[in-house]
Design a protein around this ligand. Structure first.
Ligand code: SAM
Length: 335
């Protein structure tokens, strides 16, 4: 049997804080709610409260870190080459393993799989994002042999195949930032929309009039269609095609997202004619802190060549590509 303070539910929070201040809470047990009371586990009797004996569940031990779990498997030198941070996309853990440590990749992956309950598949990045479709190769290392999974991001469920579609969990905060800028009466164009994270996060958090996504990759578009259906949003339309051919047929917009950081600026001739007066473009770009200001300054000039006035509203750091190279959103107002 365990010891617990029997706290009426309405007072439970205050009593819990008082017990915590007296260092009386037993954090190895889980509190239990029953019959209008919360049973708060304690390590000793506390005079001013009603202390009873009750069976409580033990709190599970926290999972060891990958470094702790590998202690017996790697030498000190191998530990120096180990990158312990990994991306978790749904239930797939994505590791980066340097050449020097590849002979140990199976044991690293198996250890990760066995110690992290949320992980069912472990893969290793093989190279960088490549080509027009920005695809990345992965080598399967442990767990179920699949590359498909589903992610919950900003309250939206996104199904995807990490080998056939581009998706980065690291851009979730930026998508939320943009969604929070969107007004109810806006028409939004998500260029390069992939599996539709931008359209769906905007639809979920902002409820604008209409959002249209355009994506070239047929596989990504297939997942985008599935994601629109499974999130039950009525005002999102996704189109498969090249923005160069499709956008001019869609009318004009109040906001355009351009998440193609290496070459987005080469598509300004597509985006600018699709802007309503006062529209905002979020143009993504990779560069250093020093270079981004100079790059942003060139944009109003490029837009002037397309016959419109523009000004820079904001330059927001929203990720990293490598040492010293960041991902930026340059927020532009087109007049
Ligand atoms: C960096 S990914 C961004 C995907 C998605 N917006 C996201 O954040 O997960 C860029 C996407 O643009 C698509 N793309 C590249 N060129 C395109 C074009 N001309 N027209 C439409 N989509 C294009 C690629 O297939 C890729 O899915």
């Amino acid at each position: 049997m365990d010891l617990a303070v029997r706290a009426p539910l309405k007072e439970a929070q205050t009593i819990r804080e008082a017990l915590d201040a007296q260092q009386a809470i037993d954090y190895t047990r889980i509190p239990k709610k029953e019959g209008g009371h919360l049973y708060i586990p304690v390590i000793r009797a506390v005079d001013e409260y009603d202390v009873v004996e009750i069976a409580l569940k033990a709190r599970p031990e926290p999972a060891p870190s990958l470094r702790e779990a590998l202690e017996k498997e790697l030498s000190e030198e191998e530990f120096e080459n180990l990158k312990t941070a990994y991306d978790l996309v749904g239930d797939i853990a994505i590791l980066e393993i340097d050449e020097e440590l590849r002979h140990k990749e199976s044991v690293i992956a198996q250890t990760l799989l066995e110690t992290q309950p949320a992980v069912n598949v472990v893969v290793r990045k093989d190279g960088a994002h490549q080509g027009e479709l920005r695809l990345q190769d992965y080598k399967h290392l442990a767990g179920e042999e699949r590359f498909e999974t589903a992610v919950i991001e900003n309250g939206v469920r996104l199904s995807l195949d990490i080998r056939k579609t581009y998706y980065s969990v690291r851009s979730a905060t930026e998508r939320k930032r943009v969604a929070e800028l969107v007004h109810e009466d806006e028409r939004v164009l998500a260029m390069f929309s992939g599996i539709a994270p931008f359209p769906l996060v905007i639809a979920k958090l902002a409820h604008p009039k209409e959002i249209i996504g355009v994506e070239l990759n047929r596989k990504a578009h297939g997942f985008a269609e599935k994601n629109v259906l499974q999130n039950k949003v009525a005002n999102v339309q996704v189109i498969q095609g090249d923005v160069r051919e499709v956008v001019s047929t869609l009318g004009t917009f109040d906001r355009i997202t351009m998440p193609l950081p290496h070459t987005a600026q080469d598509f300004l001739d597509v985006a600018v004619p699709a802007c309503n007066p006062g529209a905002t473009i979020h143009l993504y770009h990779f560069s250093s802190e020093e270079e981004v200001q100079a790059f942003a300054k060139t944009l109003p000039g490029r837009i002037a060549e397309l016959g419109r006035q523009a000004s820079i509203l904001d330059i927001v750091k929203c990720g990293n590509l490598g040492p010293g190279i960041h991902r930026w959103s340059i927020d532009i107002q087109v007049k």
